[in-house]
Write a new protein. Structure first.
Length: 93
């Protein structure tokens, strides 16, 4: 009885020698009141293109934290230079 159960044997088409998959339409009969059926599906496709920005320089850094530190230092140095230029312009007036 246990050896002939559907649990161990499975569906009959699995025991066929040649299964013609070309004739299968791929549709399934699903009732509209099925609780596990989602009402909507959302698909978002993104394509990011950088124009004029070369990210190959970031390959120099071995990990994310070192890259962040380098960018932070560059931004800090730019701020220092901007303050220096601003202070020089105030003295020249």
């Amino acid at each position: 009885m246990l050896n002939d159960s559907f649990w161990f044997v499975g569906p009959a088409f699995l025991w066929q020698a040649n299964i013609d998959v070309n004739n299968m339409d791929g549709s399934a009969d699903v009732s509209s009141d099925d609780q596990e059926l989602r009402k909507q599906a959302l698909v978002i496709d993104t394509d990011v293109k950088f124009k004029g920005f070369n990210s190959t320089r970031f390959d120099y850094f071995s990990d994310w934290s070192k890259l962040k530190r380098a960018i932070t230092l560059c931004l800090r140095y730019m701020a220092i230079l901007k303050r220096r230029i601003k202070s020089e312009n105030q003295w020249s007036k």
